[in-house]
Design a protein around this ligand. Structure first.
Ligand code: AMP
Ligand code: MG
Length: 541
């Protein structure tokens, strides 16, 4: 933010400006009472956050606050705590929970909806931006089904830290403004094994231009409610995709194409940084192509495309790392079906959907060329180079983040005909969990690939420095390793929030060296390998 913009910062609640286009322009549920039900013909139900007794601010994200034009003093005020814990609803807000459905693990699940998320309203900033503010864990809504509408501290810390870490990695994502303790205990059976325990309750304020999901459109299509389907899609296009022009049949196709392109980009980013969402149900897919709903997500440590952190997906691995791009394509096919009544041209939708797969491949190849520090992807050499890399990463437990970061240290000027395998691999040794395995055939295979890679670099012609600088821009040094979040959570449960703040600061600059934080750029410690919450997570949150 420029200096002369500081006087535009909101210092007090009265200065916040809301323009609630969603609730003003879309059909509302006529029922005003808050009880669980099926809601028809409406995009949302008005519902107030449930007040809490002893809210306490654990952290807020200054970067998000700035985006929203909120002053530091305001973010540290009691009013801020009151508003973002759900205790104080401002007169211009219009709290509501949205109706949506979704395919969960491949099957249509019917109505889901915001069961524990309440949109407060659309904040309009002094620079004209519009942001939906949403409290997650602020109490039951008509869509809460059999659950309580609350969130626990552990999952809220994970959402707060990860959404901000993703943003700073350059990955499209919903943001998190604040993390509060509700001051109230929440009962959870973390492992679904009949041992429910009380955990501290928490509330995160999430921020995005909109939280509209594939499932937000699917629900109306599934119910043959074409009128509401069209109202929601038209609203989405007018507010979030205004550059596509006035909604009509051709515009809906252009819109679907843009969702496909944005989703392809999102998948490329996840594959680049080693992020596994864990629950890619269609209700967790944002039409804006944002990472949405941080639940049992995880970060790839040793490179294993079949890995998923989600214990609910233990058998099928439907949402494992390597399958994410294909699953996104499957989800886009469900979105295409949902808007078919408005487009009425299966073939045209199919053709757009096909471009998702081709453009994902193209974007992925170009991203991989960046990860390897090549000026561009050259099919003649690089298809083979990338195939080989895929195999090399799986020969022995290899830390993905460290491998790519250290790869930048390879010396392009070396004489590969004389250098020994051991010397060649030296800069990468830190990436191997079992250093003792890196010998014999494995060593030969890895160094065989490294020789091919160095030759390719020599042909490419970049200097060591040029290559290192560009590689360090796409290969992060620091990611939110699964155990790191858990250490911060364990301390937070004991009342110490310093690790949350430390990780927040670290992850604001994931590509920088930050030598003082080197310990966070190390391999996952052995104790965390099979520890629950560090490598496996349940959906219970
Ligand atoms: P998720 O797996 O978190 O994406 O949630 C799937 C559905 O369950 C969504 O409709 C959520 O709103 C709902 N849900 C998840 N947790 C809760 C909860 N504690 N209370 C009410 N609804 C919930
Ligand atoms: Mg969800």
């Amino acid at each position: 933010m420029r200096r002369n913009e500081t006087d535009l910062l909101c210092q007090a609640a009265e200065e916040l400006c809301f323009d609630n286009t969603f609730t003003r322009q879309l059909p509302a549920d006529p029922e005003a009472q808050n009880f669980r039900r099926q809601v028809f013909g409406s995009c949302y139900s008005r519902v107030q956050p449930t007040p809490v007794t002893a809210p306490k601010l654990i952290a807020y994200a200054p970067e998000v606050a700035q985006r929203l034009h909120l002053s530091e003093a305001f973010c540290q005020s009691e009013t801020f705590v009151d508003i973002f814990s759900g205790n104080k609803v401002l007169p211009d807000m219009d709290p509501h929970a949205t109706c949506y459905g979704g395919h969960q693990f491949g099957s249509w699940a019917g109505q889901l909806g915001d069961g524990r998320a309440i949109n407060l309203g659309e904040l309009r900033t002094a620079s004209g931006e519009r942001w939906m503010l949403q409290l997650k864990g602020a109490g039951a809504t008509p869509y809460s089904r059999g659950a309580d509408g609350l969130a626990v501290l552990r999952s809220s810390v994970r959402e707060f830290l990860c959404s901000e870490a993703m943003f700073h990695l350059g990955v499209p994502t919903t943001r998190a403004l604040s993390l509060m303790l509700s001051g109230e205990p929440v009962l959870r059976d973390m492992f679904y094994d009949g041992h429910a325990e009380l955990e501290p309750g928490a509330i995160v304020c999430r921020v995005a231009p909109s939280f509209t999901r594939f499932g937000s459109l699917q629900i109306f299509s599934a119910r043959n409610d074409v009128k509401t389907l069209q109202q929601l899609l038209d609203h989405t296009i007018r507010h979030d995709f205004p550059h596509l022009g006035e909604p009509d049949g051709a515009c809906y196709l252009r819109w679907f194409n843009e969702v496909c392109q944005r989703t392809a980009e999102l998948m490329v980013h996840w594959m680049r940084v080693g992020f596994v969402h864990g629950v890619m149900n269609t209700d967790n897919m944002s039409v804006l192509g944002l990472t949405l709903d941080y639940g049992p997500y995880g970060w790839l440590e040793d490179y294993d495309p079949d890995w998923t952190p989600n214990t609910t997906d233990r058998e099928l691995h439907r949402y494992c790392f390597g399958k994410q791009p294909r699953i996104a394509g499957w989800n886009l096919a469900r979105l295409a079906e949902a808007i078919l009544p408005l487009v009425d041209d299966t073939q045209a939708l199919q053709e757009v959907l096909d471009t998702y797969f081709s453009s994902y491949k193209e974007k992925w190849q170009s991203m991989m060329a960046d990860k390897l520090g090549l000026t561009s992807f050259q099919a003649e050499t690089d298809v083979d180079l990338l195939d080989g890399l895929q195999q090399v990463l799986m020969l022995t437990e290899t830390d993905m983040t460290l491998f790519y970061r250290k790869l930048a240290d390879l010396d392009v000027d070396m004489e590969i005909s004389t250098v020994s395998d051991k010397e060649l691999i030296q800069p990468l040794m830190e990436a191997y969990y079992q250093a003792g395995d890196v010998r014999g055939l494995i060593l030969q295979q890895i160094s065989g690939w490294l020789r091919q890679y160095v030759q390719r670099l020599q042909q490419d012609g970049r200097s060591n420095t040029q290559r290192r600088v560009s590689m360090h821009r796409v290969n992060p040094k620091y990611v939110l390793r699964n155990y790191m979040a858990q250490v911060a959570i364990d301390q937070a449960v004991a009342g110490d929030y310093s690790e949350i703040h430390q990780l927040y600061a670290l992850l604001e600059h994931p590509y920088d060296e930050q030598a003082a934080f080197d310990r966070y750029a190390a391999k996952r410690p052995e104790w965390a390998k099979n520890r629950a919450s560090c490598s496996m997570l349940s959906c219970s949150s």
